[in-house]
Design a protein around this ligand. Structure first.
Ligand code: HC1
Ligand code: SF4
Length: 575
């Protein structure tokens, strides 16, 4: 331990502690902008590029950035001197002097860290004027929107993409005044190895990275009398949407979410969870087939489009191991435009399917050729949790006062197994609940597989007994962890029977389209607990017990894994 003094307060800190962390220990707040410490997922952005956290250190001529300066024994620090405060203000003014001042109409208005810090530092005037850098905007992917004019070179996106997700899409490009963070050669994002997980969007402090918005398209469809617009909601929405309206993280708002969609004008409000149950029917069957020698092991879950794009780019030699199942929301789209359309006599070409998702990659996924039916998209638009919240506000709906309403049927019925899809480990747990009963013919008494749960471990392993067989299960969340797992499988260092991979740390609960958590991962953990709570509340907790799903197989699809199921519910991958 070493002794330091901050603003006359003496304290002891472990060696290697930064001034910023030491100050926190005695409740002294040093403002930061580029700094971000997501300890649970091992991401620390310590570029010290914004210089907003400058402090005075006795005996040193220059001010020191608190986020990147380690304490030494006997260090005397002052965080609130006139010189330090003036320097911080100057740094922010310099950033603002090369930043668009369109805050009132900016996507991040009210959520922007630069805006917040300017307000906190009391900046009312920018003393520096001059040329502003302007760059090409990029919405080529239809998923991720890049507006480099708003980049403040904090490099958070770079740290997230390169160190956590290991996709290495971003770096500093160009020189001098033109320097900005972007993909190599400033390629359109669609032409890069970006998986559109949107984790860069989650950590971008400004609106340099956001989602491509489809709010206006959805309004247009809702106001078109010729269209029959239906919504499906992902599992992770119901435990995060409340945050947008001031509710505590982890508040379950399923009923209000349904009511809000009805008031926005959706003809039917359905649940992606229904399709998650369908996914389990198909995936558990595929798993058991592979266990019986029909196909290669391990089987990899395939509902995360970002992870699918990752394996296509990074491990093309392993493309025969992901399950051929489409993701649940794509299955839903195919079911809505066939089974639902025929059953309720609605022309399929009038149906507009809107997916409300925590995810940015889903916006890209719906455009994939492999997932279209005769060239037609099965899902028409994806809006994120944040976009959905905007629509609710635009419509003047008082969300917290809404009554709790139920989903429409038949595509609104779901089990607890489908709800936990939204968190890391949930998809494989849901698959195990069904595969166990189908493979053994026995009733599974305890449906909770705690070995595959949890946020802290990026790579989890569990063993599940299936009669006289020991199933080895692997779970990875975050693409860096997925990479480690896949390298070991490719090199024959690890063996599993089944693996779940979700691109976002924690799974969809921390998707790139969720309400901003501003670096507080406790919010993500609260969402996770809420999903498990929702599972416990459900009367049915195994996908193969969903009566609406069973009826659909009986009336329309026929055999699980059969010809029609393959046509509607399965896909293939592209190296
Ligand atoms: Fe997900 Fe899924 S869980 S991928 O994370 O399998 O987005 O929530 O909708 O499709 O069901 C996302 C969430 C979601 C699909 C399901
Ligand atoms: Fe989207 Fe979920 Fe995958 Fe994240 S983990 S990219 S939110 S599907």
């Amino acid at each position: 331990m070493i002794n330091v003094t901050i603003n006359d307060i003496k304290l002891q800190v472990p060696e290697g502690t930064t001034i910023l962390d030491a100050a926190k220990m005695v409740n002294i707040n040093i403002p930061t902008l580029c700094h971000l410490n997501l300890h649970d997922i091992k991401m620390v952005n310590r570029t010290a590029s914004c210089r907003v956290c400058l402090v005075e250190v006795e005996g040193r001529r220059n001010l020191a950035p608190a986020c990147a300066t380690e304490c030494f024994d006997g260090m005397i620090i002052r965080t609130n001197t006139k010189r330090a405060i003036r320097a911080r203000r100057t740094m922010v003014e310099l950033l603002l002097s090369d930043h668009p001042t369109d805050c009132l109409v900016c996507e991040k208005n009210g959520n922007c860290d630069l805006q917040r810090i300017a307000a906190e530092l009391g900046i009312r005037k920018i003393r520096f004027e001059g040329e502003q850098s302007t760059y090409q905007k990029d919405s080529s992917s239809g998923a991720l929107y890049r507006n480099p004019d708003k980049c403040i070179m904090c490099r958070r996106c770079e740290t997230m993409c390169n160190e956590v997700q290991t996709c290495s899409v971003y770096s500093a490009i160009d020189r001098g005044f033109e320097t900005v963070v972007g993909p190599a050669f400033n390629l359109p994002m669609l032409d890069t190895q970006c998986t559109f997980c949107g984790q860069c969007v989650s950590v971008c402090p400004t609106a340099a990275l956001t989602e491509v918005s489809y709010v206006q398209d959805v309004w247009n469809a809702l106001h078109d009398p010729d269209k029959y617009v239906i919504a499906q909601t992902a599992p992770a929405i119901r435990v995060a949407l409340g945050e947008e309206f001031g509710l505590k993280p982890g508040t379950i708002v399923t009923g209000k979410m349904v009511a809000a969609l009805r008031r926005l004008g959706f003809k039917k409000v359905f649940d992606t969870d229904f399709a998650a149950d369908v996914t389990i029917m198909e995936e558990a069957k595929e798993f058991i087939d592979r266990l019986n020698g029909k196909g290669r092991l391990p089987i990899l879950t395939s509902c995360c489009p970002s992870w699918v794009k990752f394996i296509e780019h990074q491990f093309p030699e392993l493309l025969d191991i992901p399950s051929t199942c489409k993701s649940p929301h794509m299955m839903f789209g195919a079911i809505a435009k066939t089974y639902f359309a025929e059953k309720f006599n609605i022309p399929a070409d009038k149906i507009v399917v809107v997916s409300v998702m925590p995810c940015i990659a889903k916006k890209y996924e719906i455009q994939r050729e492999e997932l279209k039916s005769d060239g037609v998209q099965n899902v028409d638009y994806v809006i994120t949790t944040r976009e959905f919240a905007k629509m609710i506000r635009e419509a003047g709906i008082d969300f917290t006062k809404l009554p709790d309403e139920d989903f429409d049927n038949p595509l609104g019925e779901s089990t607890g197994a489908s709800v936990i899809f939204g968190t890391t480990g949930g998809v494989i747990e849901a698959a195990l609940r069904t595969a166990y009963e189908w493979a053994t013919g026995e009733t599974l008494q305890d449906v909770e597989f705690h070995g595959v749960r949890g946020f802290e471990d990026g790579l989890k392993e569990a063993t599940v007994k299936l009669k006289d067989m020991e199933l080895k299960i692997g779970v990875a969340h975050g693409l860096g962890n997925a990479r480690r797992l896949l390298e070991d499988i490719r090199d024959g260092k690890r063996f599993y029977h089944a693996i779940e991979i979700m691109a976002c740390p924690g799974g969809c609960i921390d998707g790139g389209g969720q309400p901003y958590h501003h670096g507080n991962l406790e919010i993500v953990k609260a969402r996770m607990n809420a999903l498990y709570e929702e599972d416990r509340r459900k009367p049915l907790r195994k996908s193969h017990e969903n009566p609406a799903v069973l009826k659909m197989y009986e009336e329309y699809i026929g055999e699980i894994g059969g010809h029609k199921a393959h046509k509607l519910l399965h896909t293939h991958y592209t190296p």
